[in-house]
Design a protein around this ligand. Structure first.
Ligand SMILES: *Cc1c(COP(=O)(O)O)cnc(C)c1O
Length: 417
């Protein structure tokens, strides 16, 4: 790579990193520094092998008997239990299935039904759009039984009131990386009789989450970001045990046969399975679920507190390197200054952010751009190094100081940014 060598500081930090060996489990593309694990995590050897084995041995040789023989039928629950460990949820409360968007639809319906005297879903103006769209779709379906109220993020807690049926909050803002205080959010919601739905898309696998401890009612999230389960891998869904225990009728309206109490009785009428299983819909994507299962094995012996510590170490070092290069004046951070108030990403504002990102990619440094004008850097404690931070910021400095982003080639917009 035509970049400067590591500084002694970066080298020291990498030597003392207790998670350093985990990087060897991942396929790091040649000549690439990858800071986009918050959008799509890297492929690991563990996942590659498991998917290949599941195809060759289970599908290939055991074919349909695998539903029993390899317990495919329960995979959404067994994988769900592995996710539960990372998000502070007890066994039997978490499923791995469908997409985050679809799972949000299910838990929104459940929340509005439990809190049926109220209609208001309260969320933030700059929540990730799919979250808001799902509420808008439900609003079209339910009419006045569902209303969406949006407030600026900093006003969310104060805006919860006696009309709020459910607060829909994404814990980490996808642009700024700001991390909302879940304990306070939950306490305020409880005090006003509102339920909580938390989107953990940028939380699961990035830092410790304590859903049960914070008395969160519902949660959803992705597995293809910090959990590294692969493009479009099935999402997860959490329902607090108290709701699962007290439900007397189906909790959500997508009555799929695999959410039925006795799917193989093939009866005409729907009757929900007990517990979290009733949130299943149709046949699970086994190959993709096998990928999630394997991706989670990498987390089995890791303390999420160590992940958090390194993630903060990487982001603070990134900021320090940018300050050294005089970059923070020309492309200011829009992320909170305090590391504890951030997820595992940073974002910087510049009118040419799109072209800057393209110029970085041309150097083999993968970051991403978020409209209108932010450069976003995601940190994965499992595979990123301090040396990579130092090299990436050094390249960024060259791009900025030489105004390389003005190059015509970097202005062309792709479909996916
Ligand atoms: C990435 C992301 C999603 C993605 O939802 P999909 O249904 O998987 O496309 C949802 N919510 C948030 C907050 C996200 O960051």
């Amino acid at each position: 790579m035509p970049r400067s060598l590591q500084t002694p500081t970066a080298h020291e930090k990498d030597i003392h990193d207790p998670l350093a060996t985990l990087r060897t489990k991942f396929h790091i593309p040649a000549d690439t520094i990858y800071f986009d694990g918050n959008s799509l995590g890297l492929l690991s050897e563990t996942v590659q092998t498991r998917v290949a084995d599941t195809m060759a041995e289970q599908w290939g040789n055991d074919v349909i008997t695998s539903w029993n023989k390899h317990n495919w039928i329960n995979l959404p629950l067994t994988v769900g239990d592995k996710i539960a460990r990372l998000i502070g949820a007890p066994e039997g409360t978490t499923l791995c299935c469908d997409s985050t968007s679809l799972n949000l639809f299910k838990v929104l319906c459940a929340a509005l039904d439990i809190n049926h005297g109220r209609t208001e879903v309260l969320s933030t103006e700059d929540n990730f759009p799919t979250d808001l769209y799902m509420v808008q779709g439900l609003q079209q379906l339910l009419g006045e039984r569902c209303t969406l109220r949006l407030v600026p993020e900093q006003e969310l807690l104060a805006a919860i009131n006696e009309n709020t049926a459910a607060v829909l909050a994404t814990e980490v803002n996808f642009r700024t990386g700001r991390k909302l205080p879940l304990a306070e959010l939950s306490a305020k919601a409880k005090a006003q009789g509102a339920l909580t739905i938390v989107d953990l898309a940028h939380s699961a696998g990035a830092f410790p989450v304590a859903l049960l401890q914070h008395d969160i009612d519902f949660a959803i999230g992705c597995t293809y970001k910090y959990l590294n389960a692969g493009p479009g891998a099935p999402a997860f869904l959490y329902v607090a045990p108290k709701h699962l225990e007290s439900s007397r009728k189906p909790m959500q309206p997508l009555f799929g046969w695999l959410g039925h109490a006795e799917p193989f009785a093939f009866s005409v009428d729907y009757a929900p399975a007990k517990g979290i299983r009733q949130f299943l819909t149709g046949t699970p994507p086994i190959l993709a679920l096998a990928a999630v299962d394997a991706a989670l094995d990498i987390f089995a012996d890791i303390d999420m507190a160590d992940i958090r510590k390194k993630s903060i170490g990487l982001s603070e070092y990134w900021l320090a390197c940018m300050a050294d290069e005089g970059l923070l004046e020309i492309m200011p951070s829009i992320s909170p200054d305090k590391a504890e108030e951030r997820g595992s990403q940073l974002a910087f504002e510049h009118e040419h952010a799109y072209a800057i990102c393209q110029a970085l990619i041309a150097e083999g440094i993968i970051a991403d751009f978020r409209a209108p004008n932010y450069l976003r850097i995601g940190f994965s404690a499992l595979y990123n190094t301090y040396g990579e931070v130092q090299q990436a910021v050094s390249s960024l400095a060259t791009i900025m100081h030489e105004r390389r982003y003005e190059n015509e080639a970097f202005q062309q917009r792709n479909t996916v940014t």
